[in-house]
Every structure is written in structure tokens, then in C-alpha cells.
Design a protein around this ligand. Structure first.
Ligand code: 13P
Ligand code: SF4
Length: 304
């Protein structure tokens, strides 16, 4: 059952012929009014397939909305709160990336989608947490500059026979840094039958302790298909909101109920309504940067 504000949003969405794309870390009320909800890769793919909408409302952080804008130069993409940024993306200024490219001229540059558009324009190919290993394996180069997340870089290094060079050195997500091994031991003891799922942005020792390391979309598919009935989820808390809604017969527990991405939470139903009503805030990417970044995004989509 939708509340009055959700009903108003659905009405406005039809009136404006709009599509609402929502990341898995949005609050439950926004997840419920999504046309499509997913992880970064799924949202990229969806954005590349949008055909007949006049307006796209993107409920996620800026790098995700920018990716949608780069893939849809002729469409109006709006974000409900324009200050919804991913701090990890800001950890790799384009100058630092250019310097690293000079130091490693033979390396291929693989960037996580969690990057600024200017950095994307300097990449050979992009990746998300769902396809990072596959993307790196698709390249002929043996040396890979990989950024900005050092934990995803460590995860990839474990799965490929190439040299992964993290850039910058300490790139991380403040939300996934909250998970620690002590809490994991405690949870394992308290729920011995549960499966522990964590995101590759978690520290390597947490990844190693978990039963599965998955993107948020990977967690959705895993929980739906698994015969297990209890899961501990080591990522942003609203992933649990989605998993509980879609798996009512299963027990889904957050590994840490304080693991909240404040940046994702800047979007509210009120702001989504405003976005539709006033067609704001438009996500614009410089044309030259967008053209270069598009090549790296499209190359990733081909590999995926
Ligand atoms: P996913 O692509 O797994 O949804 O991850 C995005 C993200 O920002 C994780 O913090
Ligand atoms: Fe960025 Fe971390 Fe938030 Fe994901 S959870 S959007 S990586 S700050």
C-alpha cells in the first residue's frame, strides 16, 4: 500500500512520462516507487536502455546519475538532492590519476564507476563491484592501475594473475570501513547457521571471513536462490530493507545497523516529488569529458 506522497509521485511520474531509477541503498519508501532498483552495474545497463521516457529521476549518488547522463546525452536526467556525492569518488582527483599514468605508462587504467566524470574520461575501461574481475581479465595488459577503492583492488588482485596497482593509495568507502573482524566473529558465534555476505568494499580480512563477497545486486540474486534461511549482510543497511521485502520467509540481519551512507540518504520522497514537479536538479556533464568517459563505460558494458 502506497502512502499519499508515494501516490502523488506515481501520478506525477505518469504525467511527466518519467522513469525513476533507484540504487539499493535508498530508503524503503523510495525503493517502493522505483521503476527499476539495482546495483551500479544494473543501473548503468538500465540507463543505456531507456528509450521512451522524457525525464529520468535518478535516486543514487552523483557518480551514478552522471553515468546515466553520459549514456543518455539527449535525455533530461535529474537528481532529487544535488549534494548527494560519493566521498570515495572525490579521493581520486584527475591530476593524481594523470601522474600515476605517467609513472606506469604500460598499465591499463581500470576505474570503479565510483569516480568523478573527469577521471572516467582518463580510463581505458570502467568496472563495478559486480564485474571488476571480469573486466580486468578481459584486458591484454599485465599491469593494471586500479582505483579508487583499495579494498576492491585487493579483491581483484586475489582473483587475477596480473599486477594490480591501487590509485590513490588509501581510497576507501567510510561506510564499508565500519565492518571489522571482531564483529564478524561475534555474529558467527551468535548465528552459526547464517550465511555472511559482504561487499568487496569491506576490508580484506572481513572479506576473507565472510561466506560470500558480492555486489549489492549479487546479494539480491544470492539470497533469492539460496536454500539457507538466515543471512547477515555486510553492506549499507537499506540493502537489508530490500532483501527483507523480497524474501519475506527468510531472516535477513544487518551486520551493523549503523552502516548508513549519509550521502545516499539525502534523497527523500519530498525531494523526489520536487524533482518530478520542477524537473530539477539537472545532471550535466561537460560534452568533451562525457564523450571520452562514454567510451570507457561502453567498453565495460560490452564486457558485462
Ligand atoms: P554496488 O554496485 O554493489 O551497488 O555498490 C555501489 C556502492 O556504492 C557500494 O558502496
Ligand atoms: Fe560511496 Fe560508500 Fe556511499 Fe557507496 S556506500 S555511495 S562507496 S560512500
Amino acid at each position: 500500500m502506497f502512502n499519499d506522497l508515494q501516490k502523488e509521485i506515481i501520478r506525477l511520474k505518469e504525467e511527466k512520462n518519467a522513469t525513476i531509477l533507484v540504487h539499493n541503498y535508498q530508503i524503503g519508501e523510495i525503493q517502493e516507487i522505483a521503476d527499476f532498483i539495482g546495483d551500479s552495474l544494473e543501473l548503468c545497463i538500465k540507463a543505456s536502455q531507456i528509450k521512451d521516457s522524457d525525464l529520468v529521476v535518478f535516486c543514487g549518488v552523483d557518480f551514478m546519475a552522471e553515468t546515466a547522463a553520459i549514456l543518455n546525452p539527449d535525455k533530461k536526467i535529474v537528481i532529487p538532492d544535488k549534494s548527494s556525492e560519493c566521498p570515495m569518488a572525490n579521493m581520486l582527483p584527475v591530476e593524481e590519476l594523470r601522474n600515476a599514468k605517467k609513472r606506469y605508462p604500460d598499465a591499463a587504467v581500470v576505474l570503479y564507476v565510483n569516480t568523478l566524470a573527469e577521471a572516467k574520461a582518463e580510463a581505458d575501461i570502467l568496472c563495478t563491484s559486480a564485474n571488476a574481475v571480469k573486466v580486468v581479465q578481459s584486458l591484454t595488459e599485465d599491469q593494471i592501475l586500479f582505483g579508487p577503492d583499495m579494498n576492491l583492488a585487493a579483491y581483484v588482485q586475489q582473483h587475477v594473475d596480473k599486477e594490480i596497482i591501487p590509485v590513490p593509495e588509501g581510497g576507501h568507502c567510510y561506510v564499508h570501513k565500519m565492518f571489522n573482524l571482531g564483529d564478524m566473529y561475534f555474529l558467527r558465534e551468535k548465528y552459526p547457521d547464517a550465511e555472511i555476505l559482504v561487499h568487496p568494499e569491506c576490508d580484506p580480512e572481513v572479506q576473507e571471513f565472510a561466506d560470500h563477497v558480492l555486489s549489492t545486486g549479487g546479494m539480491v540474486r544470492h539470497v533469492a536462490a539460496s536454500p539457507k534461511d538466515t543471512f547477515i549482510v555486510g553492506t549499507e543497511v537499506d540493502m537489508v530493507t530490500r532483501l527483507r521485502r523480497e524474501n519475506p520467509g527468510k531472516t535477513i540481519l544487518p551486520a551493523l545497523s549503523d552502516a548508513i551512507c549519509e550521502n545516499m540518504k539525502l534523497h527523500t520522497l519530498e525531494k523526489v516529488k520536487n524533482s518530478l514537479l520542477n524537473e530539477e536538479f539537472v545532471v550535466a556533464v561537460d560534452e568533451e569529458i562525457a564523450d571520452k568517459a562514454r567510451n570507457a563505460i561502453e567498453r565495460m558494458l560490452e564486457v558485462s
